[in-house]
Design a binder for this molecule. Structure first.
Ligand code: PMV
Length: 324
C-alpha cells in the first residue's frame, strides 16, 4: 500500500485561464504546455490501517491549514474511487524553487495523484490519471506527460472528458526555457481568484475565448514543423491576451511588476537584433523566456545583467510521471 512517484512542473504556452466549474475544476478553454526537467516533486504515499487521519509532510515539515486540507480533500477522491476508507502518510519533496515563479501545485498534484492511486491499488491509465490530477490543480493534469501536452477542456459537466493528452514527447525537440526571477515579492491575486474575477467581470474575457482555437491550431502546426518562430509568436501573443483580460476586470489588476516589463522589452530588443527569443508569463510577475540551445549563453548573460533580475534558471523539456 505504498508508492513513490516523481512529476515535473509545466509551463503553459496556451494558457488555462478561466473555469466553468470551480468545484471539479473544468476550464473554459483548452490549454497546451511544455513539461520542464528542472523542477519536480517526489511524493510517497502509504495507506495504513493503523492511522486515524492523514499526515502530510512537505519538505520535512508537517503541513497544516490550507496545504493539508487540499491534500486530504484530494485523498478523499482517491479513497472514493477505490472504495477504501484508509488514511495515508504523504511525504513530498519539492524541487521547485518558489522564487522561480513556477506553481509547485502542478508537479505536486501530479506526483500525489500518481503515488496515491498506485498505493491504494487503482490501476489507472494515463488518461484516467490526468483526469484525477485535474481535481487537485487544473494545470497539473498536463504534467502527467513529458514534452508537449494539451488539456482538452471537454464538453461534459461531470468532467469525464476533461484531461490532458500527449502532443510530443520530451526528446522530440530541444527548446529551452529560462525562468527569469525578479526581486519582486509575493503575488497579491491568486490564480484562482484572478480567473474568477476575469470570468465574472472582464469584457475582454470573451475575446480571449474567441482567440483560443486559432492559437491552438497554429501552435500545434508550429510544434509539428518544429518551427520555433511560429511557436514563440503564438505563445507570446497568447500570454499577452491572457494578461489583457486582467486589465479589463473590475476592479482591474495586473500580475506584472516594473521589472516584468523591463524583461519583456529586452526580449523584444533581442528579437529586433535577429535572435529568436519569446516570453510567456503566468499568474505572477516572473517571466519565462523561450529560446533555442545555441543562444543560451547570450540570453542568460543579457537577462542576468538587467536591474531587478535576481536569478536565471534554465530548463529543458522534461519527462512525464515516473514511479520510483
Ligand atoms: O492550475 P492553477 O490553478 O495553478 O492555474 C494555472 C494558471 C496559469 O498558470 C496562469 C496558466 C496555466 O495554464 O498554467
Amino acid at each position: 500500500m505504498k508508492a513513490t512517484a516523481k512529476a515535473h512542473t509545466n509551463i503553459a504556452l496556451i494558457k488555462y485561464w478561466g473555469k466553468r466549474n470551480e468545484a471539479i475544476i473544468l476550464p473554459t478553454n483548452n490549454s497546451l504546455s511544455l513539461t520542464l526537467d528542472g523542477y519536480y516533486t517526489t511524493t510517497t504515499v502509504e495507506f495504513d490501517e493503523s492511522l486515524s487521519q492523514d499526515q502530510f509532510i512537505l519538505d520535512e515539515q508537517i503541513a497544516s491549514g490550507e496545504q493539508y486540507n487540499r491534500v486530504t480533500a484530494f485523498l478523499d477522491i482517491i479513497r472514493q474511487m477505490a472504495g477504501k476508507q484508509l488514511f495515508a502518510n504523504v511525504t513530498s519533496v519539492n524541487e521547485v524553487p518558489t522564487a522561480a515563479g513556477f506553481a509547485s501545485s502542478a508537479s505536486g498534484f501530479a506526483a500525489l495523484a500518481a503515488a496515491g492511486s498506485k498505493a491504494i491499488g487503482l490501476h489507472l491509465s494515463e488518461k484516467e490519471l490526468s483526469r484525477l490530477t485535474r481535481r487537485g490543480s487544473g494545470s497539473a493534469c498536463r504534467s502527467i506527460y513529458g514534452g508537449f501536452a494539451e488539456w482538452e477542456m471537454g464538453m461534459r459537466e461531470d468532467g469525464e472528458d476533461s484531461y490532458a493528452i500527449p502532443i510530443a514527447p520530451a526528446n522530440y525537440w530541444d527548446i529551452r526555457v529560462a525562468a527569469v526571477v525578479l526581486s519582486a515579492t509575493k503575488k497579491s491575486v491568486s490564480s484562482r481568484a484572478g480567473m474568477r474575477r476575469t470570468v465574472e467581470t472582464s469584457p475582454f474575457f470573451q475575446g480571449w475565448l474567441d482567440s483560443i482555437s486559432y492559437d491552438l491550431a497554429e501552435i500545434k502546426q508550429g510544434i509539428k514543423a518544429r518551427d520555433f518562430q511560429q511557436v514563440g509568436e503564438i505563445a507570446e501573443a497568447n500570454c499577452m491576451k491572457m494578461h489583457a483580460t486582467t486589465l479589463g476586470a473590475k476592479p482591474p489588476f495586473t500580475y506584472w511588476h516594473d521589472t516584468t516589463l523591463v524583461v519583456m522589452q529586452k526580449v523584444w530588443e533581442m528579437r529586433s537584433q535577429g535572435i529568436p527569443v519569446y516570453f510567456t508569463i503566468d499568474a505572477g510577475p516572473n517571466v519565462k523566456v523561450l529560446y533555442l540551445p545555441e543562444h543560451e549563453a547570450y540570453i542568460e548573460q543579457t537577462l542576468g545583467e538587467l536591474q531587478g533580475v535576481t536569478d536565471i534558471r534554465l530548463s529543458k523539456p522534461g519527462q512525464g510521471i515516473t514511479y520510483i
